[in-house]
Design a binder for this molecule. Structure first.
Ligand SMILES: [Mg+2]
Length: 260
């Protein structure tokens, strides 16, 4: 089976914050000559257009149609499942932009949906507000549940830590739209128009990037430049098709696959 599309995670796979990983720029340009390239990130703090600009600053050129974020997936999910709705958002501007782009109403009262993504200004009062709406019957949706993120300077709490606080307070489990939910992989497969078994998913997290690839019938490559270290592989049942030091080795995997 030949690959037609390569889906690449961003944080920990292409860059760490403001630092590019290895020769990711060159590798992505090379891949784009032969395959459809898409970027799939659980970080909802930026909009797809913001990611295009961020990638451009590194020298990676793409359009927003090549970027799928958990924020975009949440907006699509809310639009498809709830139609017109009033959404209370705990999240940053990038997430709000994606909702507005789908004509979703953002509000602070009478909300029928609470959407939680990474918010560096998360507070007790935002949490209390979300709790009030959920207890009154609002749907509780999370962009993603990544427990932490690795930045250039340090490890920081991820959206999952915020979501867990509200789950604990409300006794309600959030519906997750980002990785490893199959909602976002179905959305991606639909937009890239390539069969799942012709897609290689490349990422640094076993429980999101690799799990979603396995669940949706893609093949998977784990990079060791981010959240997963070699020792973590001894304690997991999640098994990627390939394990590589970094994104730089992806062309080798594809070349070997062609030769088979
Ligand atoms: Mg990552």
């Amino acid at each position: 089976m030949e690959y037609k599309a390569i889906v690449i995670d961003l944080d920990g796979t292409v860059y760490h914050g403001a630092s590019i990983i290895d020769d990711a720029v060159k590798v992505i340009a090379h891949l784009a000559k032969s395959y459809k390239v898409l970027f799939l990130t659980n970080n909802s703090t930026r909009s797809r257009a913001d990611y295009v600009r961020k990638l451009e600053r590194f020298g990676i050129s793409c359009t927003k149609y090549q970027v799928i974020t958990s924020g975009y997936a949440s907006a699509k999910y809310i639009k498809q499942k709830y139609g017109d709705s009033r959404v209370y958002v705990i999240g940053e501007n990038g997430l709000k932009k994606e909702l507005v782009e789908q004509d979703i109403t953002l509000c602070e009262d009478d909300c029928n949906i609470v959407l939680v993504g990474l918010d560096k200004e998360f507070s007790y009062s935002k949490m209390a507000k979300a709790l009030t709406f959920i207890l009154a019957g609002a749907a509780f949706i999370a962009t993603n549940t990544d427990p932490f993120l690795i930045t250039t300077e340090q490890v920081k709490p991820g959206a999952g830590a915020l979501v867990a606080a509200i789950e604990q307070a409300s006794g309600t489990k959030a519906i997750v739209t980002g990785k490893p939910s199959t909602f976002i992989s179905d959305l991606l497969v639909n937009e890239v128009k390539v069969a799942p078994n012709e897609i290689l998913m490349v990422g640094d997290r076993l429980d999101t990037d690799i799990q979603i690839g396995i669940d949706s019938g893609m093949r998977t490559a784990l990079v060791l430049t981010g959240a997963t270290k070699m020792r973590d592989l001894e304690q997991t049942s999640i098994s990627p098709d390939y394990i590589v030091e970094s994104i730089s080795k992806i062309p080798t995997i594809l070349d070997e696959n062609q030769d088979r």
